[in-house]
Design a binder for this molecule. Sequence first.
Ligand code: NAD
Length: 355
Amino acid sequence: MVKNIAVIRGDGIGPEIVGEAIKVLDRIGELYGHTFNYTEADMGGCAIDKYGDPLPESELKKCTDSDSVLLGAVGGDKWNDVPGNMRPEKGLLRLRAGMGVYSNNRPAKIWKQLSEASPLKKSIVENGIDFIIVRELIGGIYFGEHKTENGVATDVLKYSEEEIRRIGRIGFETAMKRNKKLCSVEKSNVLDSSRLWKKVMHSLADEYPEVELSDMLVDNCAMQIVKNPSQFDVIVTENMFGDILSDEASMITGSIGMIPSSSLGATKCGLYEPIHGSAPDIAGKDIANPIGTILSAAMMLRFSFDMSDEADAIEKAVSEFLDEGYRTADIMSKGKTLVGCKKCGELITGYLSKE
Ligand code: NAD
């Protein structure tokens, strides 16, 4: 198969981690007889420096013309003082909206080899952590009107029934493929948008009688994720709640550097990125963990290219890397072998094999 991938390396550690994911994809291509063509696109701080715009139309077009997009991360202190609508993160919001990817899927799964890296008590981790957060990605407060006038700042949070219904369906469909438990998270004791959210979720429940639907307020959910994470199978929630909860969920699995994500809309062209940011504090030092990006590439193969065997091969190679006792700095523990970003990518590439 021939697939065209738009590659956005971005800022900070972005170029380092994406480079390792490409090594892995190229080896998968050799093993399974696929050709992956890469088109480099600029977004974020590097695009501001080059074009004065975090996502020029030409770069967005490269992404929408591709079969899928692999992204590192964008942002950094250097661009803190640029106006709000020109910030690096604005490029990311425009990319998501431009690609129409309304459903962000973030797994929170603990690798058995990393149970000691979780900050949670052993007794909690032992019960298992394996759930998915389905987050609405192109609506809500991040996309409402933002303004500051006369010392008063306003951000608008708006959701339509249709926006809620389409992400709700993804939540139910995801639950159907797993353990058929869906927890809808909102703040319906305070927000109108959350009351609508809850109503729409329940209106969908009749279509999925096998799925057990529950409701949870977002503040309680934040607490339950650390108290009893094994209770969750699939969580579906709106944009900002999902953003915050998924960072929390990633941390209990050991490191933010391990977690991939996929974002999909109505077509197979998806956006794949690790959930962390550009980590300027460790950029250029060859110490970033590229596994979240490598696993994002695996998700791309699975969800956009229907290459499940190839995705399994990547996940198996990551598992072997951990089994052999290799660790990047963020997941390092006593008795393990510390490796840098490049070495991590090389080792995982070396463990790839065709079953
Ligand atoms: P961050 O995720 O970049 O970093 C948080 C902490 O995690 C840092 O200590 C960092 O060193 C560490 N970390 C992150 N990724 C790691 C990896 N792969 N390996 C090892 N350690 C890792 O969050 P931040 O510091 O709040 O944000 C830095 C910049 O990234 C900001 O400009 C922010 O706006 C941007 N950001 C971008 C995205 C994105 O591009 N999707 C997401 C979040 C934040």
